[in-house]
Design a protein around this ligand. Structure first.
Ligand code: PLP
Length: 376
C-alpha cells in the first residue's frame, strides 16, 4: 500500500480546529449527538469488554438487517460484517478484492477514499466522471463500456452520493447489477446516506438484496450523527465474499469495539423513535437552502435527492478567484465549505453541508456565501 493523506482529511474542520469556524457548512453528516440526546437509558457498567463476535455484535447485526429492508429477500445477520465505520468496510472491500494492477471502475467525483484506496493499492482505475450538465447522473453505458469481462474486479458507486446528493435511479442500479453478474465483477454500493433519502416514500431496500455479487456499505455516522461511535458495516448475501471480508477485518482489527457496537445496536433498535425527527429536520434544512438558492444568481446546484450535502458551483460567467474566495469566506465570514479539490473537481464547485450546523449558522453561512461572492 502506498498511503498519502487526502486533502479532504488534511483540511477537515476537525483538523483545522472547530473553534476557528463559526458557520461550518463543510460537514457531511447531521449534527453530532451526545449520548444523553439519544434517550437510551444505558446501563453499561456490567458490559463485558471482551473480544466480541468477529462479525459484530449479534443484536447489532439483527438491527442492521431490520433497518435494511432486507428480510423479505433472505438477508440475515450472518450476512452482515460490522466494521469501524463505513471507512473500514470500504477499505476491507477494496483490499480484499483488488490487487496491484487489477482493474476496477469507480465513479468520480466521489467520497475521496473510494478513489484513493484503490490508488494506494496500485490498482488500475477507470474513473467515470459525473457531469453537472447531466444532473450528475451516472453514465451506466460508460460503466458497461469500461468493464472488462473476466478481468474487472470491482465496480464502485455511491448512492445517495457524496458530494452531489444524487441518488442512483432504480433502472440504473439494476443495470449495474446485471453488468456485475455478467462480467464477474463485484458491485460495491456505498449507501452510507441511505437513511437520509428525501423521497417521502423512504429508501428502497439495500442494494445487497438484489444479488450476491453486491456489497452494500453504510454506517451510524451520517444519519444518526454518531461518527465517533466508529460503527459501520458491509452486507453481502454471498458466503464466499462474506468470508473474504471477514478475513480482511480480522487482519485489521480482529473484532470491533464492544462498547461502540453495544451502543449502536441500542440506537438502531430505537430507530423508529430516533430517525424520523432527524429526517424531518433535514428536509427543513433542504428547504432553507432551496429558498436561498432561488434568491440569488451567483451559485447553482443540482438539488440533492438524499443526504445532507450538495455540490454547488459558481454559475458560468461569474468571475472569481477561488483561492481568495475560500480564504476570505473563512477569515472574514467565519464560514467553511468543502472546495472542489477535496473531490478531484474544480474549485469553482464546493460541497455545501446543510445537516450539521445549527439552523442559525446555516442561514448565516448561506448569507456569508452571497456576501463574500459580492465582494462584501
Ligand atoms: C459516502 C461515504 N462513505 C463512507 C464514509 C465514511 O464514513 P464513516 O467511516 O464515518 O462511516 C463517508 C464519510 O464522509 C461518506 O461520505
Amino acid at each position: 500500500m502506498r498511503y498519502r493523506r487526502m486533502p479532504i482529511e488534511v483540511e477537515s474542520p476537525e483538523q483545522l480546529g472547530y473553534s476557528t469556524i463559526t458557520n461550518n457548512l463543510s460537514e457531511s453528516s447531521v449534527s453530532d449527538r451526545r449520548l444523553s440526546d439519544l434517550g437510551l437509558d444505558l446501563d453499561i457498567d456490567d458490559l463485558l469488554l471482551c473480544y466480541g463476535d468477529h462479525l459484530g455484535d449479534p443484536a447489532l447485526r439483527e438491527a442492521i438487517v431490520a433497518a435494511s429492508g432486507g428480510e423479505p429477500s433472505g438477508l440475515g445477520p450472518e450476512h452482515v460484517l460490522v466494521t469501524p465505520g463505513a471507512a473500514a468496510a470500504l477499505f476491507c472491500v477494496a483490499t480484499a478484492l483488488v490487487g496491484p494492477g487489477e482493474h476496477l471502475v469507480v465513479q468520480r467525483t466521489n467520497y475521496a477514499t473510494n478513489l484513493e484506496t484503490p490508488r494506494a493499492i496500485g490498482a488500475d482505475l477507470t474513473t467515470i466522471d459525473l457531469a453537472y450538465d447531466g444532473g450528475f447522473r451516472l453514465d451506466v453505458d460508460a460503466v458497461a463500456a469500461a468493464v472488462r469481462p473476466g478481468t474487472t474486479r470491482l465496480i464502485s458507486v455511491t448512492t445517495p452520493h457524496n458530494p452531489t446528493g444524487v441518488c442512483l435511479e432504480s433502472a440504473d442500479l439494476h443495470r449495474l447489477v446485471e453488468i456485475a453478474e455478467s462480467s464477474g465483477a463485484v458491485l460495491l454500493v456505498d449507501e452510507t446516506y441511505r437513511d437520509l433519502t428525501h423521497n417521502p416514500a423512504g429508501p428502497p431496500p439495500i442494494a445487497a438484496t438484489l444479488s450476491p455479487r453486491v456489497v452494500s456499505v453504510a454506517s451510524m455516522s451520517k444519519a444518526y450523527g454518531l461518527p465517533g461511535l466508529r460503527v459501520g458495516w458491509a452486507v453481502t448475501s454471498s458466503p464466499e465474499l462474506g468470508e473474504l471480508l471477514l478475513a480482511a477485518k480480522e487482519q485489521i482489527v480482529i473484532c470491533g469495539a464492544t462498547l461502540d457496537e453495544h451502543i449502536a445496536g441500542r440506537v438502531l433498535a430505537a430507530r423508529g423513535r430516533i430517525l424520523p425527527p432527524i429526517v424531518a429536520d433535514v428536509r427543513r434544512r433542504l428547504e432553507t437552502v432551496r429558498t436561498w438558492m432561488a434568491g440569488q444568481d451567483t451559485f447553482e446546484w443540482v438539488e440533492p435527492a438524499g443526504g445532507v450535502v450538495g455540490f454547488v458551483r459558481f454559475r458560468d460567467g461569474v468571475q472569481v478567484d477561488t483561492e481568495s474566495f475560500y480564504a476570505r469566506l473563512l477569515a472574514d465570514f467565519g464560514t467553511y465549505v468543502g472546495p472542489g479539490h477535496w473531490f478531484e473537481s474544480s474549485d469553482r464547485s464546493f460541497r455545501l453541508g446543510f445537516g450539521w450546523p445549527t439552523h442559525d449558522e446555516l442561514a448565516a453561512g448561506l448569507a456569508a456565501l452571497s456576501a463574500c461572492a459580492a465582494g462584501g
